[in-house]
Design a protein around this ligand. Structure first.
Ligand code: ATP
Ligand code: MG
Ligand code: MG
Ligand code: MG
Length: 436
């Protein structure tokens, strides 16, 4: 089609033809007064453009700067030395939009992290950053394809809510026409209401948490990929999470973005299955034995202690492969988690830990007994009145079920070797930053 024809990505199909291209000047190399190579990008790709003779002598050419928006007419010729193996030999070109000449100094690494975050809108134009953002798009497609190939239905629960599911300390509270409402911490509770009408369901939605500590894997707004599945057992839940991670990596490596993915992480491959299973009690014992401490004061772990980001990552890096950390104590987990049959103090819960990041998935079987659920509200200081719609799933044909949430940003950090989660989102939201 005509629109497709102008995209840089498709210029290679037009060798020998005269074309028109639009884009932004990405790089400039002046060979001589009368010969310039200008790399132009338009989001679909990069093309080397040659400005020769008089075209290189104009005032606009002499002061040409990166990020200028240009329109170019010319012939496409094959050239092995150029990006993508083609060259656009201009016979006419024009500045569409001039640029401020400070671009390069603004986005330079030397300008510091804060400045780069403040100018994220400009940093996003860079080659590395846009590679990650495009990979993010590919991963979202792969995740969706995974679910659709396994008969899941995609749904969109609300993110303005009046219930909490991960504890009050990280809730963002807001005024909803005089009533208290929150930004959702997870879509889980809503997903659970859908199993009886749609079977396996998933959603990809923003979750919000007022994270008060700074780590390299916490944002205050993040995309969560969540699924709820009826009629599964705990072992099935683990298998489904394994299947999600392995199949998604397989799809990335079969996608058109394979090369870009391998540029980020040459070692990216489908992890070996089954993943290592490790009980919470064994994990804290492992930490205590290997001098991985609970906190900076070098306290050792006791049953019921949360394994926070740092020790969790140290443990995972030491073991060096995916770990299913399972059977967390009930005292440290949310009200909805199913207690283990063999031990009421434990839950049928799981965290998937990946080297370099730590937890990327959290999941559990859900309490499906009405009376036990009512008791849990009480124990957790929640008003069952607020949760009547959630409770009704246990009144109207309760079924055993489980589910999980995968943090998209964390998956990307793991898969593409990115150290900090702020680098895999467009505009990161963190403690003290809600702009741009
Ligand atoms: P953590 O222990 O790292 O704080 P969590 O146990 O509180 O995570 P869950 O409630 O289990 O997180 O949420 C499911 C998934 O959502 C997590 O495994 C993680 O991948 C992702 N996630 C949770 N909180 C954040 C956050 N603040 N920023 C980015 N991703 C997050
Ligand atoms: Mg947390
Ligand atoms: Mg956790
Ligand atoms: Mg968790």
């Amino acid at each position: 089609t005509k629109a497709k024809k102008f995209k840089v990505k498709y210029l290679k199909d037009q060798i020998g033809e005269r074309v028109k291209a639009f884009g932004w000047v990405h790089r400039i190399r002046k060979q001589s007064n009368k010969l310039m190579f200008v790399i132009v990008r338009d989001g679909t790709g990069f093309v080397q453009t040659v400005l020769a003779g008089d075209l290189a002598l104009t005032y606009d050419a002499q002061v040409l700067h990166v990020e200028t928006c240009v329109k170019i007419y010319g012939k496409i010729v094959e050239d092995e030395r150029a990006v993508g193996g083609i060259e656009l030999q201009a016979d006419y070109w024009k500045v569409v939009g001039q640029t401020d000449t400070r671009y390069e100094s603004i986005v330079s690494k030397e300008s510091g992290v804060d400045n780069l975050l403040k100018n994220r809108h400009l940093v996003l134009r860079g080659e590395n950053t846009s590679r990650i953002i495009k990979l993010r798009s590919t991963v979202l497609k792969c995740l969706r394809d995974h679910y659709f190939s396994r008969d899941y239905i995609e749904v969109n629960p609300p993110t303005l809510v009046q219930t909490q599911c991960e504890g009050g300390s990280t809730l963002f509270k807001l005024d909803y026409f005089g009533e208290t409402a929150y930004l959702t911490q997870s879509s889980q509770l809503y997903l659970e209401t859908l199993n009886s009408s749609y079977g396996d369901v998933f959603c990809i939605a923003s979750s919000y948490r007022a994270e008060k500590s700074k780590t390299r894997r916490h944002l205050t707004e993040f995309l969560q990929v969540e699924a709820e599945c009826p009629f599964i057992k705990f072992e099935d839940l683990l298998t489904r999470i394994e299947d999600l991670v392995c199949d998604t990596v397989k799809r990335i490596l079969e996608s058109p973005m394979k090369e870009e993915a391998l540029k980020m992480n040459p070692d990216l491959k489908v992890p070996e299955r089954p993943f290592l299973r490790m009980n919470y009690t064994d994990a804290i014992e492992y930490c205590n034995k290997n001098k991985i401490y609970k906190d900076d004061k070098k306290n050792i772990f006791e049953f019921g202690d949360d394994i926070t980001e740092k020790p969790e990552r140290e443990m995972t890096d030491k073991i060096g492969k995916p770990i299913f950390l399972i059977k967390f104590p009930a005292v440290m987990k949310s009200f909805y988690m199913l207690r283990s049959k063999e031990n009421e103090l434990l839950t049928d819960s799981v965290d998937l830990l990946m080297p370099g990041v730590g937890e990327i998935v959290g999941g559990s079987m859900r309490e499906n007994d009405l009376n036990k659920l009512l008791k849990r509200y009480e124990e957790n200081g929640l008003k069952d009145k607020d949760y009547y719609w959630y409770t009704d799933q246990r009144r109207f044909g309760s079924a055993p079920h489980g589910g999980y949430g995968l943090g998209l940003g964390r998956f990307l950090c793991w898969a593409f070797n990115v150290r900090h989660i702020r680098d895999v989102v467009l505009y990161p939201r963190t403690l003290g930053r809600c702009f741009p």
